[in-house]
Every structure is written in structure tokens, then in C-alpha cells.
Write a protein of this length. Structure first.
Length: 426
């Protein structure tokens, strides 16, 4: 699991060294983990009769997603390989719940793993601080252009070690560098720090103010809107922990805020969007995200119930196998520059329709219910089920501006879910 956090960096280095076979292998380790260990996990879980009901309940929405994807692929006449790969991209991380539940059945396993994550997060934040200071010094003191790789610490160090093709994402906001630390993206760095912070706030009775402040600093260094929104929600949820209705109210208020922020603010007509959308995006007169949502809605209108089929629109599978949907909707010229819609729900509805969307929503609801049952049945009150429930809401926020095919985000979350739901011993 620790490797997954830094997977992007290993792939980045091996690619820069022109070792493409190694890069492909390193990039697939998260998926290989699922393929190799899932059969073993199911065998182990068969011996745990006390947990049958839990695993059966969790299996229902996953089976629903698989069935919907298979039906969609069959009805649309899509290649079986693409259909299977597309389905797998939606469920692969959630299958980790079964794997970690099978191999880690003691609560102490979760505590030990969390301590490792806490140490890693502190190191990542320290690196992020160095990156921020380096970038600010380079840009504002040395007057370096932000497009120059040496403006950023990681690029500078790799250049010094003779690996010149590795560059950081030079993304700035409010005159500050949006540092990714050692992860692939500033959003993921901020959300990882928030994940560790959420568990610390809910699971530890004695809290060190320094740890809370340092983890919060990590979230703030990312300068990520979704991480900031998540931080606001986590703090509200922790503050009003015993006042359930206020937690619900905060969810409603934040959701409404996200909805207002995501509303269209331009006056581009649907006809013009259809005719000139691709051109307008390239001219920076229209955001890619808005155009992607428009095209997704067009696909969904044409395939309302079951979508165009998993692996056919918006994800890595569709890009890799050059889905004909892109040419059909005049989307490929723009999409090939981005390679991802960066929006889960439009992609899900376009690929698997309203039925697939309902199946995925059922999966999220099922996770909430299982965590609630776990919290109420746990007399020790260790708080981790509640922390994971709160963080599930944060992930839902993220899905409005990102997809879930991010190992550094979903792998630790689903692993902790598995250990939490599967643990029945101290």
C-alpha cells in the first residue's frame, strides 16, 4: 500500500529512463494486487462465517455494477475485452475492501498501519514546505519564469541527478505554488493529508495540537478547492460530532455551495457548443470541464438507460483503445490533450446510464450503512468507522471535479475500509 502513494514517481522515473516495460509494470501494480489477491481473499473469507452478512451486503451493489456494465456492453455490441476493462476500472479499488478484510482481521493492524501513514504524511508535508519555499524564492527573488523546470524543487533535483525529462506541474493560485509534494497532483496531496487528519481527529482521544496543525498545513499547502471544502466539512463534522442534525445541515450547505460554483456562467448556446465547442476550448473561451460535461450529456441523451458501455467514454480504457464515440461526438481533438473527463458522474452516466449511476450510488450508500452499523456495534468507540464515514463524504465532493481512478486516493481509503469492516478482534 505504501508503494501506491509514490507509484506516480516510480513510473515517472522509469519512463524518463526509457524503460517502458518497467513503467507499464509499475503502473499496473495496483490492478495486479487486486487480480492476484482477490481469489485468495475470498477463500479466506469463506472461513469467517460471522462476517457472511457483511460481505453479502457489500457484494450486492458491486454485482449490480458488473451486471449493468455487461448488459450495456452486450446491447451496444461493444468488444468484450473493452467492456470488462471498463467495468474493472469502476470497481477495482472497492474490491480491495474484501482483500484487506480477509488479510487483516485485528483492530491493532489498523492502528499500526495508521501510525505508518501518519509518519509518511508528516514527511510529505515537510517536503511540500521545501517545495513551496523553493518555488516562491525562485519566482519572486530570483525572478525565474514559472515555466522553467528548475523553478520547482523536484525538477531541479532530478536534473542534478541526470534525469532531465521529469517536470513538475507548474500550477499556481493566488501567487502561491500548488505543491503536490511527492504525489502526482496537488489535489491528491491535499486529500491524503485530510484523510490522515480525519482519522486522527475522530480516532484519537488525546490529540497533539502540533499534529493537527501540521496535517492542516498539508491540506492548505495544496491550495486545492476540493481539499479545502473537505477540510471545512471534516472540521464541522468533528465540532458537531454529537449533534447529528448539524452534520446533516453542513452536508446540505456545502453541497449547495458546490452546486452553485459548478453552475454555468457563460452565455454559449447549445447549438454553438455543439458546432464550435472544440475550437472554443482550444482558444480558452470555454473550459474543458464544461465542454466535457456537455458532450457527456449528449452521449447520455442518446443512451439514457444503460449508457454507451463501460470503457467507451471518458476513462483510460476509452482513450487507450481509441473509442469511436469520440469521433462520433467530435470530442477527440480536445480529449486527447487531457485524457480524462475529471468528472465521475458525467462519465458514469455516459458509459452506464441512469441504471449504472443508481448502482454506483447504491454502493456508496451501502458503505455508509455498513460503517454506521460498525460504529454502533463497536463498544470500544475507537472512532475509525466514523472517520471513514466522514471522509466518504469528502470523496463524494471530489467526484464532482475528479474521477476515482486515482490509486493514491482510493487505495488507502478502501484498504482502511476493509480492515475496519473486517476487524472483529483487538
Amino acid at each position: 500500500m505504501i508503494y501506491i502513494l509514490f507509484q506516480y514517481r516510480f513510473v515517472q522515473v522509469s519512463t524518463a529512463l526509457n524503460n517502458l516495460d518497467l513503467s507499464t509494470f509499475l503502473n499496473r501494480i495496483d490492478e495486479l494486487t487486486v487480480v492476484v489477491f482477490l481469489p485468495i481473499a475470498f477463500i479466506k473469507l469463506l472461513n469467517r462465517r460471522d462476517q457472511y452478512r457483511l460481505y453479502f451486503v457489500l457484494s450486492i451493489p458491486i454485482i449490480g455494477l458488473i451486471s449493468t456494465g455487461m448488459a450495456s456492453g452486450f446491447i451496444n455490441g461493444n468488444p468484450l475485452k473493452i467492456t470488462l476493462l471498463g467495468i474493472f476500472s469502476y470497481i477495482k479499488f472497492f474490491l480491495l475492501i474484501f482483500i484487506y478484510a480477509a488479510f487483516f482481521d485485528k483492530r491493532d493492524d489498523m492502528k499500526r498501519l495508521y501510525k505508518i501513514f501518519l509518519i509518511i504524511s508528516i514527511l510529505l508535508i515537510f517536503i511540500a514546505l521545501l517545495q513551496e519555499v523553493w518555488a516562491l524564492y525562485s519566482r519572486y527573488i530570483l525572478d525565474m519564469d514559472p515555466v522553467i523546470p528548475d523553478t520547482y524543487l523536484i525538477s531541479y533535483l532530478f536534473n542534478k541527478f541526470g534525469i532531465p525529462d521529469i517536470e513538475e506541474i507548474g500550477n499556481w493560485r493566488f501567487y502561491l505554488y500548488r505543491t503536490p509534494s511527492m504525489l502526482s497532483h496537488y489535489n491528491l496531496f491535499g486529500l491524503f493529508c485530510l484523510f490522515v487528519l480525519s482519522i486522527y481527529l475522530f480516532a484519537y482521544n488525546k490529540k497533539d495540537p502540533f499534529v493537527i496543525a501540521f496535517l492542516t498545513l498539508g491540506v492548505l499547502l495544496s491550495i486545492s478547492r476540493v481539499a479545502y471544502t473537505g477540510l471545512l466539512f471534516v472540521m464541522l463534522a468533528r465540532t458537531f460530532d454529537k449533534m447529528k442534525w448539524r452534520i446533516i445541515l453542513s452536508i446540505i450547505l456545502i453541497s449547495l455551495t458546490l452546486l452553485v460554483v459548478s453552475l454555468k456562467t457563460d452565455t454559449i448556446s447549445e447549438a454553438e457548443m455543439q458546432k464550435r465547442g472544440s475550437y472554443l476550448v482550444r482558444q480558452n473561451k470555454l473550459s474543458f470541464r464544461e465542454y466535457a460535461m456537455f458532450i457527456s450529456n449528449q452521449v447520455w441523451k442518446d443512451y439514457p438507460l444503460l449508457g454507451a458501455g463501460p470503457g467507451m467514454f471518458g476513462g483510460d480504457v476509452a482513450y487507450k483503445y481509441n473509442s469511436p464515440i469520440y469521433e462520433e461526438y467530435n470530442f477527440y481533438e480536445v480529449y486527447r490533450e487531457i485524457r480524462s473527463l475529471d468528472q465521475l458522474w458525467p462519465q458514469l452516466l455516459a458509459e452506464m446510464g441512469i441504471i449504472g449511476g443508481m448502482a454506483f450510488a447504491e454502493l456508496i450508500i451501502t458503505i455508509f450503512v455498513l460503517l454506521l452499523i460498525k460504529e454502533r456495534s463497536d463498544a470500544s468507540g475507537h472512532g475509525i468507522p466514523k472517520a471513514l464515514g466522514v471522509y466518504t463524504v469528502v470523496i463524494l465532493f471530489y467526484t464532482f471535479g475528479g474521477n476515482l481512478n486515482n490509486p493514491a486516493l482510493l487505495y488507502p481509503y478502501c484498504a482502511f475500509l476493509g480492515i475496519c469492516l473486517g476487524s472483529s478482534k483487538k
